[in-house]
Write a protein that binds this ligand. Structure first.
Ligand code: TMP
Length: 210
């Protein structure tokens, strides 16, 4: 039996084109007959949407690093329990724009919070639900930021912060080669979409023959 890839996450630095590519892959999978739900973190369910406003809002959002980490985790727990698990339980496919790796990259590598501690909180929040495949859209942080029109609280961070986040994502990919596919996000929308489809098919084949 073919290995079912039913839970896919998109990760990467700012401006890598995750949201667009997530929508593209959803379309492609729907055309193949999958019942696809797209969602994102933070901000998947009503509670998460309010957390997202606090987390990414403007100047009034004077959020400490620890509060930021805990709110990302609160959002993740809501998203897993209220959005992702129910759709997977119905036999559907879920594409999630950011997931646990973002907390490791941003709060761990970026902010400098202990990586083991972030991982422990991630385990607590996801309750054993790890993606079948993670697509890491890789782009130089300076180039990614230059692509962004408006700036969120995170995007206003110094370039050094974004370089640590980027290096963090690559470290996560090296440590999880079976789950994470690194996609070169430099190119046209169609070129990147094609790389993603190729990575999806390769992952499918590798696991089907494993
Ligand atoms: P985006 O998904 O629209 O790019 O925005 C989400 C922002 O939140 C982005 O700057 C990354 C950040 N983030 C974290 O810092 N930690 C997390 O765990 C998640 C999910 C997102």
């Amino acid at each position: 039996m073919a290995y079912p890839i039913r839970f896919i996450t998109f990760e990467g630095p700012e401006g890598a084109g995750k949201s667009t590519q997530c929508a593209r892959l959803a379309e492609w999978l729907r055309a193949r007959g999958d019942d696809v739900l797209t969602t994102r973190q933070p901000g998947g369910d009503p509670v998460g949407k309010r957390l997202r406003e606090i987390l990414l809002g403007g100047a009034d959002g004077d959020v400490t690093d620890r509060a930021e980490l805990l709110m990302m985790m609160a959002d993740r727990s809501q998203s897993v329990a209220k959005i992702i698990r129910p759709h997977l339980a119905k036999g559907g496919t879920v594409l999630c724009d950011r997931y646990a790796d973002s907390s490791l990259a941003y709060q761990g590598y970026g902010r400098g919070i202990d990586l083991e501690f972030v991982s422990t909180l991630n385990e607590f929040a996801v309750e054993g639900l790890w993606p079948d495949l993670t697509l890491l859209l890789d782009i130089d942080p300076a180039e990614g930021l230059a692509r962004q029109m408006a700036r969120t609280r995170m995007e206003e961070e110094a370039i050094d912060f974004h370089r640590r986040v980027h290096a963090g994502f690559l470290a996560i990919a090296r440590q999880n080669p079976d789950r994470v596919a690194v996609i070169d996000a430099d190119g046209s929308l169609e070129e990147v979409a094609e790389r993603i489809r190729i990575a999806y098919e390769a992952h499918h084949r590798n696991h089907a023959s494993a």
